[in-house]
Design a protein around this ligand. Sequence first.
Ligand code: ADP
Ligand code: MG
Length: 318
Amino acid sequence: MSSEFNLIERFFTKPTPQAVLGVGDDAALLAASPDMELAVSTDMLVSGTHFFPDADPRKLGWKTLAVNVSDMAAMGARPRWATLAIALPHADEPWLSAFASGFFACAREFGVDLVGGDTTRGPLNLSVTIFGEIPRGQALRRNGAQPDDDIWVSGTLGGAALALAALQGNTALDEDDLASCRRLLDTPQPRVELGMALRGIANSALDISDGLIGDLGHILERSNVGAELCFDALPAHTVLESHLADEWAQRCLLSGGDDYELCFTAPRARHDDIKALEDRLGLKLSRIGKITADSGLQMLDAAGQTMPKPESGYDHFA
Ligand code: ADP
Ligand code: MG
């Protein structure tokens, strides 16, 4: 069995061009750029809670970093550095090698240097702290939504939840549909370019990790506002589209976690700027409703009638 140091050196030590000092000392050294604020966030993935114990390690490596990169995207920050704390039951080298290849693929894609971490024996647990930069005062926060703001969401919703439902045997999908939904669940694509482009445009933003209704609820609560959503405007994943009369499909769309799309609000006057972003980024952006001065969330059907109150998102302690 390799020593801890051996494992770190073999699997987690790569050049860190953006850091003053990377892996190998008691601490990494980072120099923030002038006039930038640091955005810092930690996300932990626990075996059996966030992923199946037999999850493909390469995909798990991607997802471990991607969910953290997504938090940077949600703030409008550029991700730059990360640390990785791993607890592993035993030093399974093929597993670590595959995990590291997925992790570093995501790191390369989004320009993140892995600058440190901790490696220890224990039940499988993966925790990343990520550091990003954002021009002073320009972060996209949850507390800035204003009455009459449009509410927008990127990409499509419900695909990851649908894959999970199929894997748990709660619904059946044909092979192609399962494959397309599984890609969303296993290898989410954080919306970093969108987040940065929304600086100065969006009044509030977050990433959807626990379902649209629950996560939008955080914006409403922090901003002290309410919302009206148009059910027909919600960008359901194509596989869900033909099932939207069914309760399970609605649940995937409204409360399904793990999509990692951005939900944001912006003044109506910025509508055309946002549509221009849709073209520039090649990413669907849908206007799904508007912020109201009255608190609470209303879902409207095509005729403008109020629909029954949707259940909220995933809560680990509910
Ligand atoms: P210390 O005992 O001083 O905490 P460690 O022995 O835990 O140091 O780690 C040695 C070096 O390796 C440190 O620079 C640490 O940040 C880095 N490191 C440990 N585990 C990881 C990991 N999983 N990924 C990246 N760097 C790591
Ligand atoms: Mg240590």
